[in-house]
Design a protein around this ligand. Sequence first.
Ligand code: LMR
Length: 392
Amino acid sequence: MLENLAQQPADALLALIKLHNADPRPDKIDLGVGVYRTGQGDTPVFAAIKAAEKVLLETQDSKSYLGPEGDMGFVHALMPYIFGADDPTMGGRIEGMQTPGGTGAVRLAVALAHKAGIGRIRMGLPSWPNHAQIFADLDVELAGFKHATGEGVVDMDALREAIAACEPGDAILLHGCCHNPTGIDYSNENWDEIAALIAAKGVLPIIDLAYQGLGAGMEEDAYGLRRVLGAVPEALVAYSCDKNFGMYRDRVGAVYAMVADPAQLDTVLSNGNSLARAAWSMPPDHGAAAVRIILSDPELVRIWLDELDTMRARMRQVRARLAEAGMAGAIDLTPLGGQNGLFSVLPLSGDQIMALRSDHGIYMAGSGRINVAGLTMGNIDKFIASVGSVSA
Ligand code: LMR
């Protein structure tokens, strides 16, 4: 039977990691997969995580099973940061479960939506390629609309049309902040309008919040999510700690459901539990336990938030330097200064992207997406010059 399987292409983003690692050039630059890097090009374990892991090592007295919902202390400790400290459960209407990373959270959110009767998800494109892959795997139709205009701002007309076109059985997936891949986020005024439009249309929002704290700040980056959830009766939220706690390989995420009536929560979560049990049974414990320990210790919270501030400031510095460079050949780098998070997209052709890779050792996604955290004050001039030379 297994001979019936057709060869599948390797995931293009993950394949870049191997290609970059295999390149012997000492001045190669990795702008591929979305991991934060310091000004020295490293992705260290957060100091707050190291401290929490010590506590975990000393205090954890069992590795026995928890259950499909994972570490509920972790799930609850995150809620004030996501939904706001005033009323993190929105009157008892929100509950969540731990998932294996942000991918597990998106997967479970879409599976829950599908089980509840959602057949189509509207989503701005381009998006994180795995979104479409997850929808296809779950037999949910993707109806795309344009996320940004040619001028590098959000295409609100396209979004308005997409919401107006929603029919019963449609959901809409929105990136909460730090849009992947474009870095082009909705303004607070945009979110105010989006919340009102979604509420008026009665469409189910699915918010993917994978980069909270890497845009404008923990509170600021939750503005859109809180605005939408404040306006609608029900919503799903996919959350990742892989970036804002640097837990990539430990796979730390959560999915939350907000329901109209607290009495419905049990049923929704029982579906989440059974879907998780069939997919991965239980999420991995270690990373979520470390995050829970941080969030329950004010001093570790302070250290973690400081680390996030440092990351954000460095990405702003890189973006400012790119914007200041202005034109690199035919590519205008100015808009990158106003974009958010790890990513931006450069309008390079496939040939130009390949020339950057082969001639200059610069690795970026085939979409032209760059991870700005891969740039340092030591390699940014080479990057700007190389983009200039391939696009001239
Ligand atoms: C990315 O887009 O690079 C990250 O979200 C990592 C991933 O899983 O694709």
